[in-house]
Design a binder for this molecule. Structure first.
Ligand code: TRP
Ligand code: SF4
Length: 352
């Protein structure tokens, strides 16, 4: 088990935007990995509702409900409050204070060269992303990570540059402002999630914005219906045409979700036109349903009583606030901005 020098488990920190109900791509690309990290690391997972605002600031009416749906999917997938800390970003306002201080020391050029910034500015046309918050969102992400002194940040490939930037900000802060004993911020490492790209029903990457998702909450008949519409190897026009599962999105789903005998049957049957696509899709639907059913059963308890999910988030947020506020004490002290209040311990003056 990876431990720190003081023998505590290494800390893992990661966030997910509050986008509402999660889909299989979120599961394969992040959540499944988080579930498996719970005992090995001291895990902190948060719903990044402020990050959602960087693009969806104009209408916030669904934001709270979206956060709830995300957390219910986490609980459904197997995150457990006894084994990890789950919280909501906006319930820990210290992130915003650290973001402000970091914004003072972050050169604009560092932000302008972040790949996701350029890409999204070009690709997203229906919203005005020419805002201060959108450009600065990697600084907020740096604050999210560093305020917990996270050792590892599990992310997909697209987010690795953000963790790199976080390391640069930590280094710059440590260079300007020395803490009492040593530097304030350790440099976190990205933990690349080894995720195969999960295709959506149209064959493109599964993504909410493409409308090609299978939700973790989709019931059996909906999963089967969505699969029926899924694109296949275009070479298989007729039942008698052989196909190639290696270039078929349904084949990709088999690789991720089906067992070995089924995979062997699909590869053999598809290439020899021994099976039909309808049959092949029904097998992958069986595999998906068997993954989703236990999740949906676990989720039911929270759907019936959302208060339970909110309570978990409140307990988690309160724990997170304690750590975040202790880091902020160190930050203020290192910047010679600590608050001297009678009765409040100040390490600088030695007054207790
Ligand atoms: N930016 C991440 C995303 O869009 C979400 C996120 C916010 C995050 N803060 C984080 C991920 C901190 C890891 C660590 O997916
Ligand atoms: Fe794709 Fe299966 Fe049809 Fe082959 S049989 S083309 S793998 S859906």
């Amino acid at each position: 088990m990876p431990v720190r020098s003081d023998n505590r488990k290494k800390r893992v920190l990661s966030g997910m935007r509050s986008t509402g109900k999660l889909h299989l791509g979120n599961f394969v690309g992040a959540l499944d990995n988080w579930v498996r990290m719970q005992d090995k690391y001291d895990c902190f997972f948060f719903v990044a509702d402020w990050h959602a605002l960087t693009t969806d600031y104009a209408d916030t009416s669904a934001i709270k409900e979206n956060s709830l749906q995300v957390v219910m999917d986490w609980l459904a997938a197997g995150l457990e409050p006894e084994r990890c800390t789950m919280f909501i970003q906006s319930h820990v306002p210290q992130h915003a204070e650290l973001h402000l201080l970091f914004s003072m020391i972050t050169p604009l050029g560092w932000l302008e060269r972040v790949p996701t910034y350029k890409e999204q500015r070009e690709n997203i046309q229906d919203k005005d992303l020419g805002t201060y918050g959108f450009l600065g969102y990697p600084v907020l992400q740096a604050a999210d990570i560093l305020i917990y002194k996270g050792d590892y940040v599990p992310v997909g490939e697209d987010q690795v540059p953000h963790v790199e930037l976080t390391r640069e900000i930590a280094r710059r802060f440590n260079m300007f402002y020395q803490g009492e004993r040593s530097y304030v911020f350790p440099e976190p490492q990205p933990l690349l999630t080894p995720a195969a790209k999960l295709p959506g029903t149209d064959g493109r990457k599964m993504s909410k914005s493409y409308g090609n998702t299978i939700l973790l909450t989709d019931p059996d008949p909906v999963v089967r219906q969505k699969l029926k519409t899924m694109v296949t190897d275009p070479a298989r026009v007729r039942r008698t045409d052989p196909g190639n599962p290696d270039i078929c999105p349904v084949g990709d789903l088999h690789k991720i979700f089906s067992d070995q005998p089924t995979i062997a049957k699909v590869w053999e049957g598809c290439k020899t036109a021994g099976i039909g696509c309808i049959e092949c899709k029904s097998w992958v639907a069986d595999a998906l349903v068997s993954v989703l059913t236990p999740m949906q059963q676990r989720r039911k308890k929270y759907e019936d009583n959302p208060r339970l999910a909110w309570d978990i988030l409140e307990t988690g947020s309160s724990k997170a606030r304690k750590i975040a506020s202790s880091t902020m004490d160190e930050v203020r002290e290192a910047m010679h901005m600590s608050v001297d209040r009678p009765g409040v311990r100040s390490r600088e003056s030695g007054v207790s």
